[in-house]
Design a protein around this ligand. Structure first.
Ligand SMILES: [Zn+2]
Length: 329
């Protein structure tokens, strides 16, 4: 699996370690509980440990009756189980507690990531996404086409709804077949047409596959670049954000054109876009700007790279936020 986010993976492993520690404490608590009620269990445990040592010695060639030791061990274990049952506890009450039998809570099986750790990792990814997104319930199923006018334009012979059906299908296919290195998308159209919503849907599906996704408004992206440039040494949090934007499998740059204009912004954006294109890393950019505006606002290099290397999806309709309000009223 490629493209795991190191920071999020570290968090997932911390979680696993915390669970392990919690289980260890619980096992300790259970032992103390039982030893207080049945001191003979403590003696049994001590004897079982001693037998282990003796068996180990026998295996190393220091002699000892292995068969007798094994018989004694089984006897003690049986009696110990009986005692526990008599006290009203399950017979495995004092066994080591593990949440995952496959990896015994180590997170890895034969050098491969265990499904339990993968799950924790995906939860971290989802959380880091939802902290960045406003709504949190984005899914393709919830994309409501009825907000888009179905009046056919006699000139183009399509309605905004037909147009958006195509856009929705394209976004869905993109998300479902995403692989690191998939093509870049440019979501273009006026405000309130669902560009952010559909980018969020894509982000969710792609991250559920275990690919790393970073969602950032163009404004925040530029800000992080600037902060990193002006802070000395490691650059702190901004450096981490920039690193994540450069290295993730899919970068979603939302609302290009809404950040403050200026040469510094253009340079930061160029650096970001260029870096990712050169590294063949996938990007989705959404913008309200037309081709013409894009060229005027940024350098011709940025405009031509975007036009040349992004698949464009044109959003249609009128601001659905206004229609939503009307419907709710
Ligand atoms: Zn596991």
């Amino acid at each position: 699996m490629t493209g795991l986010d190191g920071k999020l993976l570290a968090k997932a492993r911390e979680r696993l370690a915390a669970t392990k520690e919690e289980n260890r404490r619980e096992a300790q608590r259970r032992r103390a509980e039982i030893y207080a009620k049945a001191p003979e269990v403590r003696e049994a445990d001590a004897r079982l440990r001693a037998i282990m040592v003796e068996l180990f010695g026998a295996a190393m060639g220091s002699g000892g009756d292995v068969a007798a030791l094994e018989r004694e061990s089984l006897d003690i274990q049986a009696k110990r189980a009986e005692t526990l049952t008599a006290l009203g506890y399950p017979s495995d009450y004092l066994d080591e507690i593990v949440c995952c039998e496959k990896c015994r809570d180590s997170g890895y099986v034969m050098g491969h990531m265990c499904s339990c750790l993968r799950e924790l990792y995906e939860r971290e990814v989802a959380q880091s996404l939802s902290s960045l997104m406003l709504m949190g319930d984005e899914s393709f199923e919830r994309f409501d086409l009825t907000y888009y006018d179905d009046t056919v334009n006699p000139r183009t012979r399509v309605s905004p709804r037909m147009c958006m059906e195509t856009v929705l299908r394209a976004c869905r296919t993109y998300a479902e077949s995403f692989r690191p290195g998939s093509m870049n998308l440019l979501l273009r159209g006026g405000p309130g047409l669902g560009k952010t919503f559909l980018s969020a849907c894509i982000a969710r599906v792609v991250s559920e596959k275990g690919c790393s996704v970073v969602y950032q408004t163009a404004g925040d992206a530029v800000e992080a670049f600037e902060e990193k440039r002006f802070s000395r040494l490691d650059g702190g949090e901004a450096a981490g954000t920039v690193e994540r934007m450069l290295s993730c499998d899919l970068l979603i740059l939302d609302d290009l054109g809404t950040e403050l204009p200026g040469g510094v912004v253009a340079a930061a954006l160029y650096s970001l876009i260029n870096h990712r294109l050169t590294a063949k890393k996938s990007m989705i950019i959404s913008t309200n700007l037309s081709e013409e505006e894009l060229r005027r606002r940024y350098t011709p290099q940025i405009a031509s790279r975007i036009e040349g290397e992004f698949e464009e999806l044109e959003f249609a309709g009128s601001d659905i936020r206004a229609i939503k309000k009307e419907r709710e009223a």
